[in-house]
Design a protein around this ligand. Structure first.
Ligand code: SF4
Ligand code: SF4
Ligand code: SF4
Length: 749
């Protein structure tokens, strides 16, 4: 990722933008944080928030005209937050604090003329910045309303504590001001005390308050609100700071006063709540309740919807920075690499984001960069890529015209996962399609999604080219795909092909008469691959209606559906998070789920949730298919192999020509514990068979003195497998399995 890309992404995510109340406040008081603390009844802390930003807080907090109210996001859902009343309560009840400690002295002197609120605030701000500040006025606190006893005095004492020299009894005359300009590094004059006769200093510039007189700054006239007067004092101090440093007086000052903010806060589920805060004599509970009405404005729309984003605790702007930083580390950090590989690439974040931020694009691009730079940890996707290669290998892949024909009008493409999970459903669906449409060819192949999700651009392209060649060799028939991910991948990779979903066809052709009459009710689970496929989603609902299924829509469905935990190869790169996501999805509804992505079905089944694939209603002969467990990894492979062999023998009357490998002759069974570990560690039955074959040839093994179990290892390529087993005649019972990538130098496998 280039730095410019990071900047663009950072600005796209609005989560760190200023809340509307803070942006509208001329001093940018952190009203959100103030409300948070007030809601917790931490009044002294809340007071510190005000005092951090406000000059003379004891005075200003009692008389702010609350311009933030007009911008408050609560406006239309019960009315804006009454900041002014709460600030006043806080000023009256919080423990007083010392004025801020000034920065180190700058050895620059500034004269402030005028003892009204603008002048007092300017003096406060200048002293805080380390200027040697003298305040000249005829009378302190001119124009201020009466305050309870001691309030103004305490703030004036604070001014003096900060180092401001106060000289009273002065009238602002031209000659006096000219003398000050000569004696001091800069002078600020409150225009309300400037006599008409001295207007020849020129009108001040609106941004800088500078005049034609070098070093003289004058406030604009007519600012009668205390908060605007305070903001003017701060603006003058900012200008004088720049002036005395000799830097630009104008650049980078856009956010000094009130400004527009891009922060988005979703009000869809916000309950309208009106204020019950009395203007005077309110209690601590009154202000707490008012503060609780604050929405603590923020975006986080994507995080609210996505378990993956929530798991890593931050939001996309932060993740983009982490990914950018990770690219500069030689092999990346383990935590960041896993974070990049854990996004399900499901697109939900982009759909819900007011700024269309796509975390999927960011993570996919990062994966591609890692692969290109040889930085992708092999363990992240290796198993899935091996599985893809197996599905496309000689034992499983198939591409044929329908039996007895040498052309195809259609080509059925069930996808490698449906074939792995429900081979009999695929066989029945293929028979149904041939019955209705005639010459429908069959292609058993992977659509290439694992290559895409793992960031393997070359593999993705090569795999799609292979697929294209096979399709063309069959006469480029219309493709019928059943899996939403296949549909998406094929449409992107074969733009010239005519591709339809099995579901669209069924909607037109009608369903088989012997389809199961479902009981229900079922919650419909839209797979994330169908997020932007309105037609597909409608087809499914129409078929379910035709079946007479009683269905309900989960809260997040259709365009805002959530991934099951398989997408983007999450369950390979971060199995624990994958299962957590699946469990969350499963527990979102009490009803059995019905879906049309077999990986969604299988992920939910793994959590113990009852879930059906639509093929289970249309083509299954199993009793209670919703209880069908998710097949294990070895079983998935065997299902593909058997389906191909079965179809060749029974449909095409051909003998499969794949040669059985020697390891396949090893007769092995597993304890339940061993099977469970194999699933967790992605170890296949064939890996165990190869290991047992190797020990049969080498004789190298350990024996456990007490149990009599043997322990042996084998490293076919880069993974070493360890198997603990016992011999049972000519067969083996496996008790435990492990695997690792570590290679001990000097030890031969
Ligand atoms: S609801 Fe709270 S955070 Fe949001 S604008 Fe209003 S005061 Fe600020
Ligand atoms: S998992 Fe889906 S919603 Fe979450 S960040 Fe990735 S693409 Fe976005
Ligand atoms: S939805 Fe997410 S990515 Fe989009 S602006 Fe909000 S926090 Fe940022």
């Amino acid at each position: 990722m280039e730095q410019a890309d990071l900047r663009r992404l950072e600005s796209q995510c609005v989560q760190e933008e200023t809340p509307q109340c803070v942006a509208a406040c001329p001093l940018h008081v952190d009203a959100k944080q103030f409300c948070k603390l007030m809601a917790q009844r931490r009044i002294d802390k809340a007071w510190q928030v005000l005092a951090k930003t406000m000059p003379l807080p004891g005075v200003l907090a009692r008389m702010c005209g609350e311009p933030c109210k007009a911008a408050c996001v609560r406006q239309d859902v019960g009315g804006p937050i009454n900041m002014g009343t709460m600030e006043r309560y806080c000023a009256e009840n919080a423990k007083p604090i010392n004025p801020p400690k000034p920065l180190p002295a700058r050895n620059k002197s500034v004269g402030v003329v005028g003892g009204g609120f603008t002048g007092l605030c300017a003096a406060w701000e200048l002293a805080r910045r380390g200027f040697e500040t003298t305040l000249y006025c005829s009378q302190l606190g001119e124009g201020l309303p009466p305050f309870p006893e001691g309030v103004l005095d305490r703030e004036l004492t604070g001014l003096e504590t900060m180092g401001v020299k106060i000289e009273t009894g002065f009238d602002a005359s031209v000659s006096f001001i000219r003398t000050l300009i000569g004696d001091m590094d800069a002078v600020f004059v409150d225009s309300d005390v400037l006599p008409e006769s001295v207007r020849d200093f020129g009108a001040p510039d609106e941004l800088t308050l500078g005049t034609q007189e070098h070093g003289l700054f004058v406030s604009l006239q007519g600012e009668d609100s205390a908060i605007l007067q305070a903001a003017t004092g701060r603006r003058a101090a900012n200008s004088i700071e720049r002036f005395t440093q000799g830097v630009s007086m104008v650049t980078g000052r856009e956010l000094e006063g009130p400004y527009e903010t891009r922060l988005y806060t979703n009000l869809d589920n916000v309950q309208s709540l009106t204020s019950a805060l009395p203007e005077r004599d309110c209690s601590e509970l009154d202000v707490r309740d008012e503060a609780k009405r604050c929405l603590q404005c923020e975006c986080m729309e994507c995080v609210k919807s996505c378990e993956y984003l929530r798991h890593y605790k931050f939001y996309p702007k932060v993740y983009a920075r982490q990914i950018y930083n990770n690219e500069s580390i030689v092999m990346g950090t383990r935590q960041a690499n896993t974070m990049i590989n854990s996004c399900m690439l499901c697109g939900l974040c982009e759909t819900v984001c007011p700024e269309d931020f796509s975390m999927a694009d960011v993570c996919l691009e990062a994966r591609r960069t890692m692969v290109e730079g040889d930085k992708m940890p092999p363990s992240a996707h290796e198993f899935a890529l091996r599985d893809m290669a197996f599905a496309n290998g000689e034992k499983c892949s198939l591409a044929k015209h329908a039996p007895g024909t040498d052309t195809s009008d259609y080509l059925f493409f069930p996808g490698c996962q449906l074939t792995a999970s429900d081979p009999s459903g695929v066989e029945a669906a293929y028979a149904d399609l041939r019955n209705r449409l005639g010459n429908v060819g069959l292609m058993l192949h992977c659509c290439g999604a694992p290559a895409e999700w793992s960031g393997r651009v070359v593999l993705e392209r090569d795999s799609m080219n292979d697929l294209k060649q096979i399709w063309e060799s069959l006469g480029a028939p219309k493709i019928i795909a059943a899996c939403p991910t296949c549909l998406k991948s094929l449409r992107a990779g074969l733009p010239n092909a005519e591709i339809t979903s099995h579901w669209s066809l069924l909607r037109v052709l009608g369903i088989r008469e012997d389809s199961v009459s479902p009981k229900g009710p079922f919650a419909i689970n839209d797979p994330c691959a169908a997020r932007h496929d309105v037609v597909l989603r409608e087809d499914i609902r129409s078929i379910l209606d035709t079946l007479g299924a009683d269905t309900v829509e989960p809260e997040l469905s259709g365009e805002t559906t959530q991934c099951c935990g398989y997408g983007g190869l999450l369950s390979e790169a971060n199995p624990a998070l994958g299962m957590h996501v699946a469990a969350k999805r499963a527990e979102a509804r009490e009803e059995d789920y019905v879906t049309y992505c077999v990986m969604c079905r299988d992920m939910m089944a793994k959590t113990g949730k009852r879930a059906l694939h639509l093929y289970d209603l249309l083509y299954s002969e199993v009793n209670d298919p919703a209880a069908r467990p998710s097949p294990g990894y070895s079983e998935r492979r065997e299902n593909r192999v058997r389906l191909k062999e079965h179809l060749l023998r029974n449909l095409w009357r051909e003998e499969p020509n794949s040669v059985a490998e020697l390891f396949e002759s090893i007769d092995v069974s597993f304890t339940d514990e061993a099977l469970q570990r194999m699933e967790q560690r992605r170890i296949l039955k064939s890996d165990v068979q190869k290991t047992l074959l190797a020990v049969r040839e080498s004789g190298k093994r350990f024996v456990h003195a007490e149990t009599g179990h043997y322990l042996t290892s084998h490293r076919p390529v880069i993974v070493t497998y360890w198997v603990e087993y016992e011999e049972q005649g000519k067969s083996y019972l496996v008790h435990n399995v492990w695997s690792h990538r570590m290679h001990i130098k000097g030890v031969k496998s």
